[in-house]
Design a protein around this ligand. Structure first.
Ligand code: SF4
Length: 99
């Protein structure tokens, strides 16, 4: 039980597979602090200085107060291309590859 509680509190990060992004902007509506559409029409994650991270597979920490919004984004994403994973072992916890 103790281990499960620790898991729930573990740090998470999020990344977007732009190859599958449809550019609809749903993620930006849910969590504009984390996601932004670039001029190429695709969504990217941002770091805590509001800078777009455009390297392929770039991940950014999920602030705990925004976790619900980020998870909802991953659930609603039509491209199924928002991936939320644990920082410690990179295991996907929300998104198309979550177990
Ligand atoms: S919700 Fe998904 S498909 Fe839509 S813009 Fe965001 S990452 Fe792209």
């Amino acid at each position: 039980m103790q281990q499960e509680a620790a898991t729930a509190a573990e740090a998470l990060e999020v990344w977007i597979d732009q190859d599958l992004c449809t550019g609809d902007g749903i993620c930006v509506q849910y969590a504009p602090e984390v996601f932004e559409l670039d001029i190429d029409g695709l969504a990217y994650v941002k770091n805590d200085r509001d800078e777009l991270l455009q390297d392929k597979g770039a991940a950014t920490p999920v602030p705990l107060p925004l976790l619900t919004d980020v998870v909802d984004s991953a659930k609603e994403c039509p491209g199924e291309c928002i991936h939320v994973r644990r920082v410690s072992d990179s295991a996907e916890v929300y998104g198309p590859d979550a177990g």
